[in-house]
Design a protein. Structure first.
Length: 275
């Protein structure tokens, strides 16, 4: 896989790159289109670290201010989490609209940031609604909450790429969630493994701020602000880049599979034996 010449190209044996989509090259011989996706996301992050940190700072700076305001006014941690979630959505929208490291004739066409946010807001609202259903089921169903939580988590997993899909492909939300489902279907284990590794990285990133806020004398406002700032500015761009890269790779894999299916000759009737 490669984007704008900045990413490593994956090959298997003597196979060559046969399909290209928006600057990401896909090798049909590679069975796992997400192989090395986090590594390549990290390369993109490093290559555009200045721009990414500036964008993340512009988003999570006001977010930290809102968290402080909510905390001072005795607001709940749930409201703070909602603010952080909204900031994360905006960051993902920005990266999907203008992915870093793209150049050349095959690079994605930049999308206006306001347009990207407007396109993706309904998709983000759908994911947020599913998450709220999970949270609401816990106190109501208690030990039986898994009956709701497990299907809801599965929906969130299959709709994971809905935000970049509706931004990049300019689809309405129903079509966007269906498209996300189709892209992930058949690659669920690879997506799950990539998410598990990303979660492990996030734990390592947050070890220091968690250690800081665990001190008893730490004010509540800082207890809520520090993880949001460190996680949002330091780790948020990496997550946004990884999700966008996952979309392009799975879309390229799906495009190649559909092209192969169309190009396969249909089996005709057997020739009649000569008389």
């Amino acid at each position: 896989m490669q984007m704008g010449g900045n990413l490593s190209e994956l090959r298997l044996g003597s196979a060559t790159v046969l399909a290209t989509m928006s600057g990401y090259a896909y090798d049909r011989a590679v069975t796992d289109p997400l192989e090395g996706v986090l590594r390549d996301a990290w390369h993109l992050y490093r290559a555009s670290a200045g721009r990414m940190l500036l964008i993340a700072g512009a988003i999570y700076g006001p977010t930290a201010g809102l968290i402080a305001l909510i905390t001072v006014n005795r607001g709940s941690a749930a409201w703070c989490d909602a603010v952080v979630g909204a900031a994360t959505f905006v960051l993902i929208a920005v990266v999907a609209a203008r992915p870093p490291g793209s150049s050349g004739s095959d690079a994605p066409t930049p999308i206006r940031l306001a347009t990207a946010v407007v396109r993706a807001a309904p998709a983000a609202a759908v994911l947020a609604a599913v998450w709220l259903v999970i949270l609401a089921s816990i106190p109501i169903l208690k030990f039986w909450d898994f009956l709701v939580a497990i299907p809801a988590l599965y929906l969130m997993f299959m709709w994971l790429l809905a935000v970049p899909v509706v931004i990049i492909e300019d689809l309405p939300v129903p079509a966007g969630v269906r498209r996300s489902w189709r892209l992930i279907h058949g690659h669920g284990s690879e997506v799950l493994w990539a998410l598990a590794k990303a979660y492990g990285i996030s734990i390592l990133v947050m070890l220091i701020p968690i250690n800081v806020i665990s001190r008893p004398a730490m004010p509540v406002v800082l207890h809520r602000m520090i993880p949001a700032i460190v996680g949002g500015v330091g780790y948020g761009p990496f997550v946004a880049i990884a999700l966008t890269l996952m979309y392009y790779r799975l879309a390229a894999a799906r495009s190649a599979a559909e092209l192969d299916a169309r190009s396969e000759p249909s089996a005709g009737p057997e020739a009649a034996p000569a008389g």
